[in-house]
Structures are given as structure tokens and as C-alpha cells.
Design a binder for this molecule. Sequence first.
Ligand code: CTP
Ligand code: MG
Length: 220
Amino acid sequence: MAVALLVAAGSGERLGADRPKAFVVLGGRPMLEWSLEALRAAGIADIVVALPEGWAAPEGCAGVTGGATRSESVRAALAAAPADDAVVVHDAARPLVTPEHFTAALAALADADCAIAAAPMTDTIKEAGPDRLVLATLDRSRLWAIQTPQAFRRPALERALGAGEDVLAQATDDAWLVERTGGTVRVVESTPANLKVTTPYDLRIAEHLLADRLPRPPAH
Ligand code: CTP
Ligand code: MG
């Protein structure tokens, strides 16, 4: 079976709320509760949450205090996790995740060390120099916007997180740490709806998308 690491230890500086981002109320409950519900619906019961200093773990989860960077929070949560063969890492900042995101990422571990939710790019992407002159137009059909969940065979994640603090500080996702240690990483198609709440604008979009999920009162 798989264990889940839910990283929720960030401060949410860009959101600018009165509390850490994972605890901001969204659709009537703290943001991290949406991810916990999806994890449980996927049949994943072992969950370790990386938390900001002084915040208690949600009921039924183990809690650890996170680190100074996201990767250090992942590492702290992994150290407290039971010895399952597969580990799925998810950002509490992606409350629109579905149970299928977790099951699809875990299933894709059958032939890869790591499997990551990713949305095909819809924008045209260009590379520009410091002078803002365009150097290249990239082939969009090969580009993916990377999300979480990210699933790992446990030894691959342990090896990846063994990197020095300087490398961990540069990592914006754990899959990159697997890539640089020679592991195989597979993308699993997701949609842009699994958005990351970063700014107040994102929070408003998430609020609308979650409202669509709530059962509607019966029509009279
Ligand atoms: N995270 C974490 N530990 C950190 C930094 C981030 O557990 N030291 C988590 C966040 O709680 C979030 C996820 O990593 O669920 C993605 O990070 P991000 O969206 O950048 O969240 P914050 O770091 O909280 O936001 P900001 O960068 O605006 O401060
Ligand atoms: Mg951050």
C-alpha cells in the first residue's frame, strides 16, 4: 500500500492571509481538508502532514513540523512515514485534486520510479534572453505543466532527498530530484483544474470550482 505525504508547512506569503495557506478556509473548511478527503476516497489511510510550527495535525493523520524549504518538509514527513513501498507526495495548496489523481499516479509506478500529474500546455511557450529578445519557440506538444500528486517508489525518493541542502533548496518539485539521480519519471495526464492556490485570485477560482462540486438543494 501507499503512504501519503501532504506538505502544508508553507507560510503562504503570496496569498497574504492571516494564517498559513493550508489553513485558510476554502469552501467552508481549512484548505488541506480537501486533499485529505480525496486521499481517503482513494483508499490511502496512512497520511503524514508537514505542518507550520505550532499547528496541530488533522484528525487521523500523523503530523511533523516542516522545514525551511518545501523539499525539507517532504524529507521530514518521509522520515515519519511507515515503511510502505510507494509514497505519494501532494501539496495542500492543490485542494482540487481528485481521488483519481492519486490512483493514476500510483498505478503508473508499475514501469517508472516516479509518476507525476501534469497538464498539457495550452499556451505557446517562448524562450527569451535577459534582453527580452526571443531565442526560440518551444514545441508545445512535448511540454507539460507539472502538478502534484507525485508518486514515488520509496527507494527512488529516499535517494533523491539525500541531496545536499543547496540542491534541495533549488528544487520546485521532487521529481526533478529523481531526474538528477538517474531515476525514470513518467507524466500522467491531468487537467488545469487541479490548480495551485498561490494568490488571492487563485483562491477565488478554487472557491468557484469547489462550489460546483457541492450537492445542490433539490428543485421545487
Ligand atoms: N511547503 C512546505 N514547506 C515549506 C514550503 C512550502 O510544506 N517550507 C508546502 C506548502 O504548504 C504548499 C506546497 O509546499 O502546500 C507548495 O508551496 P507554495 O505554493 O509555494 O506554498 P507557500 O510556500 O506556503 O506559499 P508562498 O511561496 O507564497 O509563501
Ligand atoms: Mg513557497
